[in-house]
Ligand binder design. Structure first.
Ligand SMILES: Nc1ncnc2c1ncn2[C@@H]1O[C@H](COP(=O)(O)OP(=O)(O)O)[C@@H](O)[C@H]1O
Ligand SMILES: [Mg+2]
Length: 323
């Protein structure tokens, strides 16, 4: 049993031209103690999915269990188990960093004394001491995000939701954030649901990834598995220039295991494969049939970002909506 189980869940919103299906009949399970990444372009349904699990939105249909508890039947029990770092910083403008963190831990049920102690620990562990008496308007986005992160990671809830935790943060702070998340997960063994646009971030942190597009699941697996499954390519270099690339592409696309063909230079191209069960020979033959002399052919694995883009592409063109 997973700590989160999402079963055939759909969520629609009214929109100017009828309705938008934000989440379209998705099902997945998250295992305890894992970092589970949800990836997808803007408007894919990531935040809506997190909000339904966190009982902020109610699913139109389907069922969600958190730690075996139904989110509709028992929302309060579910909320106790989740600390949610929202996509937008949600600090109170009037409160100093220290007061906000204490307030947050009080809201999570700690006594005044416990909240103060944990706040001191948070300021130290998350390198926020020198900012303790600042107000949000005096803080960079990176610092605001780090405060939110400290709050959720130190809530001692079994589940932590991080909705684009490093969006808009500089690369160095990003790395520091990854380290903090990694350490906390190791130390406390909590389960993390993470959404992100940063493929390196997801590859670094997540044990398992769900890729969604237009509210539907398009792929699921460990980043390494997805690379293995969707990231196999052949590079082909020819002695003579390719000339009619479109004709070459049409010929290659007829082969069963070929998913895509991209030009690289005047005399080289890349073939995306759905498997490596020996299509090399077929690709070679098909290329030669175009009166091209092959001087080099080798298999490569794409990086995770390219793999992701390939997977998303298959699901149709990407449209940017909210956020
Ligand atoms: N509260 C809402 N009211 C109306 N439409 C919404 C609302 N929340 C999300 N949507 C729509 O649902 C879709 C999915 O949005 P969202 O879950 O925020 O995507 P993501 O987090 O992957 O960028 C988008 O088309 C968005 O416009
Ligand atoms: Mg979102």
């Amino acid at each position: 049993m997973g700590i989160v189980e999402v079963m055939n869940v759909t969520k629609k919103f009214p929109s100017s031209n009828g309705e938008v299906v934000a989440v379209d009949n998705i099902s997945f399970k998250v295992k305890k103690g894992r970092v589970f990444g949800i990836l997808g372009p803007n408007g894919a349904g990531k935040t809506t999915t997190l909000r339904m699990i966190a009982t902020i939105y109610r699913p139109d249909s389907g069922r969600i269990l958190v730690d075996g508890i139904d989110v509709i039947e028992n929302p309060n029990q579910v909320r106790k188990r989740i600390a949610y770092m929202t996509q937008e910083p949600d600090l109170s403008p009037a409160l100093s960093v220290r007061d906000y963190i204490i307030y947050y831990f009080r809201f999570r049920g700690l006594s005044k004394r416990e909240a103060r102690q944990r706040c001191d620990y948070a300021l130290k562990t998350f390198n926020l001491k020198e900012h303790a008496y600042k107000k949000p308007f005096q803080l960079s986005t990176g610092l605001k995000r780090r405060i939110q992160l400290a709050c959720v990671l130190l809530s001692n809830t079994p589940l932590v939701f991080l909705d684009e935790p490093t969006a808009g943060i500089d690369p160095k702070s990003k790395r520091e954030t990854w380290k903090l998340i990694e350490e906390m997960v190791k130390e406390k063994g909590m389960t993390v649901l993470l959404t992100s646009h940063d493929l390196y971030e997801v590859e670094y942190l997540a044990d398992e990834v769900l890729i969604i597009n237009r509210g539907r699941i398009v792929a699921q697996g460990a980043p390494s598995e997805l690379k293995e499954r969707f990231g196999k390519t052949l590079r082909v270099v020819t002695r003579n220039p390719i000339g009619d690339f479109e004709r070459l592409k049409r010929t290659l696309m007829e082969l069963e295991d070929v998913k895509g063909v991209n030009p690289i230079s005047a005399n080289s191209f890349e073939v995306q494969l759905s498997s490596l069960d020996n299509p090399l020979n077929e690709v070679l033959q098909a290329t030669i049939s175009q009166e091209l002399e092959v001087i080099e052919i080798f298999a490569t694995t794409l990086n995770f970002e390219d793999v992701y883009l390939n997977i998303i592409d298959v699901g149709g063109e990407v449209d940017g909506e909210t956020q």
